[in-house]
Design a protein around this ligand. Structure first.
Ligand code: MOS
Length: 775
């Protein structure tokens, strides 16, 4: 995500030159200097349709293999023991009982662990994927929950039992486990992707002081842990210096490179596959379990399966850290913002590169005459943080969009009207033109479908013991495209096409949507397309993160298709109706290639290959650098509407209706995209009402490492969710689409809080909004 860096670079003064270049471009060249992508505007046979998941039948039949479901010959099962202190040093490990327990083959501790280098930190270099940069399996303890021993046994139960027999003693040091101490020790300006999280335009405090209307409050969001349905796990085997990993990964190329660095064998000697992933959300990257499994496997000389327990995920896989955010807004009499201040602090560790960047959504969402955005970071001895669905925007929009609701109430203005009043013409911090932005249309669609006009004054609507309210908030997430996309495209004499790319299917519908796109590009039926992914033998450094995978694959396939046309036209030669055409003058049609301006000039793939006596043609395309993000301000938006009932007797909040109207460019598959939006919004309900990692400030230990005590929304918490979209193509992205993976969670926290205020007159600025806060 060098995106933020680019944004800051441009904010520093190169804006003018970039803008002039952008204006000179052809309108549908999605990338500066590129050719138009016909899928942006034209209707085709498959793209945009509600195609059911092509992997659905496999999953329903239990035949889709996940990382911990690959049985390998002679495989042992691993269990991990965790430190029970937050800081100190191991003085002794008594593993005698564990070693002689039934089925046990090996106990690995710092005393016998093979050499490993620290993990290069995720997002600090192109392929780094590590969650922290500490020595792995070190006698020095850095957090409560750090792995201190790994047991290998013939069964999982035997490994778990033996693990319980291990006794560890520590020399403990004073750990920083309270917010108070962390702050007293001093905070730093937070950096994200190497750039400081601070932006100051004008004199916002002066403007705030003289503004006729203002709000100024502090909002808090707690720690959150990752709770993908599929636990983090891997099955690994060594063959000499070659490592084979069946992983649960949203970044296979990154995992191979990072494991290659940890074991000093090189990425080329690490083969990672991840054909199915049961949810990623930012957490399915490289933590200790993969290197520990590989180290134990090396020590034991047999394959190892390490599937973390749910508790193990809480102890060793980072989550979203807490935030404390001040939002102050000043407005003129008509509601125009004169000051937008969004500052505050978050917590991380010293061996981690992930402060929660909660100001990112406040950079581009609203116009304001002046602005101060800043994230400070304090340090604790705890598990390292990581990315979680819409890092930054998810907690950041809770604060910003709550504050806007508070200002609207103070001004007696409709909160949608106040937002529309502050729609920027150009990006307010970079002055770049928007690639596509129609927030107003999303609000119009959503307000009409939801019946927003029926909203009443706070506390005015009551049904028996239930107070009813409506709330709204803006969702926002940027378009990203990271460098390194590449794809192999093969067309065979039987007319079938195959795309191979090291991308991921974590449940989003990637393979389905991409097969639709590829079928349309090549003029094939979906059944004639194989989309192969999740394997480091395939080209590409594709991260399923930052909602950028669709664009990354799309750009790679466009590049490959161009090479394929050139190759096929060469093979077609002078005897073909296509003779004399250039790759830019043809497109895929009815199982072959046709001239764009004369579809009668056509020849099938089968015919071209037969005449050339070739079984297949294969090309490898590399996606161009993501120049589009430097030329345009590229963001998706949405309008989130909530109706909630709050019991006046118990304070219990029940969400009755939830609607999201999204402006995310063109929608490639209306069924899988709707699922992405809904899933994000459900995660938003968790953020708003139930989710909180309980951190014991005495011991630094997470107190609720289980699905029974960490409360995720379940079926009865989730109402019918209506989703809709503007479906206006973004002319500056592959296929006209922006990502839909993360935006659904954003805005929901504030929309719920705003609905609760409308129902009860109570403003809650601390998440989650549990019933005790409403009594
Ligand atoms: Mo997402 S937090 O970029 O997987």
């Amino acid at each position: 995500m060098s995106v933020l860096k680019d944004t800051y670079e441009m904010a520093k003064g190169t804006v003018q030159g970039v803008m002039q270049k952008a204006i000179a471009l052809a309108p549908d060249s999605w990338i500066p200097g590129g050719t138009p992508d016909p899928l942006i505007r034209e209707q085709h046979g498959h793209t945009g349709k509600p195609v059911s998941r092509i992997d659905g039948p496999l999953k329903v039949a239990g035949k889709a293999p996940f990382s911990a479901e690959f049985p390998l010959d002679g495989m042992l099962y691993a269990a991990v023991a965790f430190s029970t202190v937050a800081k100190g040093r191991i003085t002794s490990i008594d593993s005698a009982a564990a070693e002689t327990a039934p089925g046990v083959a090996l106990v690995m501790t710092h005393e016998n662990v093979p050499t490993m280098k620290p993990m290069p930190l995720f997002m600090t270099s192109e392929l780094a994927a590590g969650g922290n940069s500490l020595p792995i399996m070190d006698p020095v303890i850095h957090w409560n929950g750090q792995p201190v021993a790994v047991v290998l046994a013939a069964t999982q139960e035997q490994a778990d039992h033996a693990k319980s027999l291990i006794r560890v003693t520590y020399d403990t040091d004073a750990a920083v486990t309270t917010l108070e101490t962390a702050r007293a020790n001093g905070t730093d300006l937070a950096e994200f992707q190497g750039q400081p999280l601070r932006m100051i335009v004008g004199e916002p405090e002066d403007e705030l002081a003289r503004a006729p209307h203002k709000v100024d409050h502090v909002y808090r969001t707690p720690r959150h842990n990752h709770n993908a349905i599929e636990l983090h796990g891997c099955t690994v085997a060594w063959d000499g210096d070659r490592l084979r990993v069946h992983d649960a990964s949203q970044a296979v190329a990154h995992h191979a490179w990072t494991l290659g660095a940890i074991f000093d064998v090189g990425a080329e000697n690490v083969h990672v596959t991840s054909p199915f992933v049961g949810g990623g959300f930012g957490g399915k990257t490289l933590w200790y379990h993969q290197p520990l499994a590989a180290a134990a496997s090396r020590l034991a000389g047999v394959p190892v399966r390490l599937n973390l327990s749910r508790e193990g995920v809480y102890r060793t896989v980072g989550g979203r850290t807490l935030t404390e955010q001040r939002v102050a807004l000043g407005a003129d009499a008509d509601g125009s913002f004169t000051a937008l201040i969004h500052t505050g602090s978050t917590i991380m560790t010293r061996h981690n590169a992930m402060p929660e960047p909660f100001i990112t959504g406040s950079m581009s969402s609203y116009a304001s005459a002046t602005r101060h955005l800043e994230v400070r970071v304090g340090y604790m001895d705890m598990l390292a943080n990581t990315f979680m669905r819409a890092p930054g925007e998810a907690p950041g929009t809770f604060a910003l969009e709550s504050a806007i609701d508070e200002l609207a109430h103070a001004m007696n203005m409709d909160p949608i009207e106040l937002r529309m009043k502050n729609e920027p013409e150009r990006d307010p911090t970079t002055n770049l033109p928007f690639s596509q932005r129609d927030v107003e249309k999303a609000y119009r669609m959503g307000a009409e479908a939801f019946g927003w006009a029926a909203r009443q004054a706070p506390g005015a609507r009551r049904e028996g013991e239930w107070l009813i309210g409506m709330g709204v908030a803006t969702a926002t997430y940027p378009y990203y495209r990271m460098p390194g996309g590449a794809a192999r495209l093969t067309i065979a004499r039987d007319g079938r096409a195959r795309v191979e790319i090291a991308a991921h299917e974590m449940g989003m519908g990637t393979a389905t949507a991409q097969s639709q796109v590829i079928a349309d590009r090549l003029g094939l039926d979906m059944e004639q397309v194989d989309f192969a992914y999740g394997d480091t033998l395939f080209p590409g450094q594709v991260l399923a993160g930052g909602s950028q995978q669709t664009a990354s694959i799309g750009a790679s396939v466009i590049a490959a298709q161009k090479l394929l046309w050139a190759e096929l036209l060469k093979l077609a030669g002078n005897d073909s109706p296509l003779a004399g055409l250039s790759p830019d003058e043809v497109g895929g049609l009815r199982g072959g290639i046709a001239a764009l301006n004369d579809p009668a000039r056509w020849e099938s793939y089968a015919s071209i290959l037969a005449r050339a006596q070739r079984d297949e043609v294969s090309v490898e395309g590399k996606a161009p650098q993501p120049l589009e993000i430097q030329h345009w301000s590229m963001h998706s938006h949405g309008a989130i509407f909530v109706e909630i009932a709050v019991s006046s007797v118990t304070g219990e909040p029940r969400v009755r209706r939830l609607l999201g109207a999204f402006d995310c460019g063109k929608i490639l598959n209306t069924k899988t995209a709707a699922s992405q939006f809904r899933g994000g919004m459900i995660m938003g309900l968790g953020l708003a009402l139930t989710e909180e990692t309980m951190f014991d400030e005495r011991s630094g230990r997470i107190m609720n490492p289980s699905l029974s005590e960490y409360h995720l929304p379940v079926h009865l918490d989730v109402p019918e969710i209506e989703v809709m979209w503007t479906d206006i193509p973004d002319p500056h992205t592959p296929m006209g689409a922006r990502g839909v993976g993360e935006i659904g969670i954003t805005g929901v926290g504030a929309a719920v809080a705003n609905a609760i205020f409308n129902a009860t007159g109570k403003r809650i600025r601390d998440l989650p909004i549990t019933l005790d806060k409403l009594l």
